[in-house]
Design a protein around this ligand. Structure first.
Ligand code: G1P
Length: 271
């Protein structure tokens, strides 16, 4: 059973400057709702019971968003605004299931995951990268149901344009399970176009095994001098661990770039 999800939130969000110079990108509104709430809704709907936020001192504003009770109580006492009461209730319920850990140096996604080592209880957990929104279909829920059948690790995936392979984790296939699911042979973080084994990219939803922490403890820096989750996954695969690539059914929105962020509000407003 997958009960815990982790969300790395310590990134600086430089691709969204100047919006992120004093504000956390995950709180920026997408069609009137902070981006992070779409991710949390996906988790809850997928049956997740505990969510671990990996934040940094610079991004404490994210914690404040969920811990602003005094402020809400004051407002609600003054005006009995039903909309505010409803939103406050939602935030209060979310607060109960969110835990915070800190990654104060931006050393990469692999390093962020390692910070959750002492909190993860089960053999597998879910990770969602908040820049990647998937709408119209709950990707986490679909991945959890595949995990329940196959009992192994899973990553969301989609085909990308060949000229953009150096922006993604790229994998090669070992064996087809069915039309949308494949066992992975190898995965490489942001390869250049010449060495990329395919144009099949990893998207920000992962079901990872607890034993990944053993790899992360001594994971060397990779591309861009960062510790990548992809490099630790690669070592697990070499050891014989099974990883499935799941071509998800929803629509992908890249909220980490200015162009994608603007587009995502437009797309979501159409639903
Ligand atoms: C991360 C991963 C990469 C993956 C991507 C999906 O990269 O390292 O393997 O393909 O997310 O969005 P980042 O977006 O942090 O550069």
């Amino acid at each position: 059973m997958i009960r815990q999800a982790i969300i790395p939130l310590a990134g600086l969000g430089t691709r969204l400057l100047p919006l992120t110079s004093v504000f956390a990108k995950e709180l920026l509104p997408i069609n009137g709702k902070p981006g992070i709430e779409y991710i949390l809704d996906e988790c809850l709907d997928a049956g997740i019971k505990e969510i671990i936020f990996i934040i940094s001192n610079k991004k404490k504003i994210i914690k404040k968003y969920f811990y602003n009770d005094k402020f809400y109580k004051k407002i609600i006492n003054k005006k009995k605004d039903q909309r505010i009461i409803k939103e406050y209730k939602k935030i209060k319920n979310l607060k109960k299931i969110i835990k915070f850990v800190y990654q104060n140096e931006p050393k990469g996604t692999g390093d962020a995951v390692l910070k959750t080592k002492n909190i993860i209880k089960d053999n597998f957990f879910l990770m969602l990268l908040p820049d990647d929104l998937i709408i119209k279909r709950n990707c986490s829920k679909d991945m959890i149901s595949i995990h329940n059948k196959k009992k192994c690790s899973i990553m969301a995936s989609m085909k990308v344009k060949r000229k953009t392979v150096n922006r993604w984790g790229i994998y090669s296939k070992k064996k087809k399970i069915n039309q949308n699911n494949f066992y992975i042979k190898d995965v490489i973080e942001k390869p250049d176009i010449k060495s990329a084994p395919s144009n099949n990219a990893v998207i920000g939803r992962y079901i990872l095994p607890k034993k990944i922490f053993d790899k992360l403890k001594n994971q060397k820096k990779g591309k861009g001098e960062e510790i990548h989750i992809t490099d630790a996954i690669r070592r697990l695969i070499t050891d014989g661990d099974k990883f499935i690539a799941h071509n998800f059914k929803g629509k992908y929105l890249d909220c980490g770039t200015m162009e994608g962020y603007i587009k995502s509000s437009l797309e979501i407003s159409k639903i």
